[in-house]
Design a protein around this ligand. Sequence first.
Ligand code: SAH
Ligand code: SF4
Ligand code: F3S
Length: 481
Amino acid sequence: MYDNNPTIEDVRKELKSHTNIPLGEDRQGEVLEMKAGQGAKKFYIESYGCQMNFSDSEIVASVLAEEGFSSTRDMEESDLILINTCSIREKAEDTVRKRLTVFNKVKERKPELIVGVLGCMAERLKKKFLEEEKIVDIVVGPDAYRDLPVLVAGAEEGNKGVNVFLSREETYADISPLRLGSNGVSAFISIMRGCDNMCSFCVVPFTRGRERSRDAFSIVSEAQDLYDRGYREVTLLGQNVDSYKWKNPETEEVVSFAQLMEMVALVHPDLRVRFSTSHPKDMTDDVLHMMAKYENICNYIHLPVQSGNSRVLELMNRTYDADWYRERVESIYRIIPDCAISSDIIAGFCTETEEEHQDTLDMIEWARYSMSYMFYYSERPGTLAAKKYEDDIPLEVKKRRLTEIVNLQNRISLEQNRKDIGKTFKVLIEGESKRSDQDFKGRNSQNKMVIFPKQEGLGPGDYVDVTVTEVTSATLKGHIA
Ligand code: SAH
Ligand code: SF4
Ligand code: F3S
């Protein structure tokens, strides 16, 4: 949409005319505290699942703050308990049900307490939830959070409520998320919602609806606001960020993901830009070139492979094969030589043979992932795989294959991290290390956690060069260069 090399002034100029969120505005954080002082009603929220869900909880918090609610970390003193749920694997749903029994205990002592289920499990089970779990008062799907105040008011009157309407337009573009549990340094910005891919194992298209991209200017404005409030890192979120595509209704110009990344990178050279998740079928070289062009776009790509075998990938309906994936990885290492790549892997998908499992192990070794999220296949009701294929790999076999995958990934992570010994990285300080109050923790561009002794005058949000001296499979340790 800009010819080439746009400046932040170009972006700002357009920004002013396209959004009603003023740059650098101070948002509901303060409002929240004010209202809390006035004895307002309190909500308590727990989030499960992916970053998208955590990001949605911040939208929910903002919607409730507008209604005079304040947040609390103590469920005992809350008037409204919300649980933002995930359906991705059976275990995720089991966790939610266990939490509901805990909330039930609180409700026994405090009958006027309202319990609401939000997110993907709410969307999947809809009003069945109210039948299955008697303690639940409201059920709200991911596109219906604007309706929360109405549903809560109804519940206060004793009416249970459900809104699981999935929208084709909702992106909550105009809602300024209220940052929950933030370190004040890194924040997530949701850039799109839903998913149009139909990976056969996956419940997300059913729980999140159709893919839609958010107004690019509202994204830049949110990034600018975060920067002005001291944040130094934003992660652009979507199930498939590479298919981001927003059409400016006034000019008809289309903003691609690579262009969006550039617009956000231009907010300030000290604002790091990350993104997640990339789908291998849509990750194009223009994204890689954009990453190479801007130092503040981090050299890290989460590129889930799922399986290293083409037959299994086809059954999964991932729409790429192992060769396509390898070509994408080669392009990444060619265009951004010091890029780190991570992955998601599913062990024991329907009909997977030992040889096909071996192909996945070979892929981990070949792609040199810095880390992976690894799971064994969990059949989800309603998905293509549940309808078409038998979940025929015995649980012990799934678990054994998963263990092999985890062990190999740990070895590869350690090998990859060892290559970093002696190197110096620019690290963004996030806070104190969990293990020792004498150390800081932060991340390098490759998204690796770096631990190093504190130095006076430095704190969260500062950049510092750290030389790596020792490593584990999960972290780098070093000292300020
Ligand atoms: N949109 C992202 C993934 C979102 S879900 C992408 O396409 O990469 C996160 C991960 O959960 C998936 O990448 C997959 O590895 C895993 N997953 C999804 N459904 C699963 C299932 N039914 N069983 C086991 N793992 C699953
Ligand atoms: Fe699920 Fe596939 Fe969409 Fe990712 S791309 S959310 S795995 S359907
Ligand atoms: Fe779970 Fe929904 Fe995310 S199913 S992984 S919370 S999109």
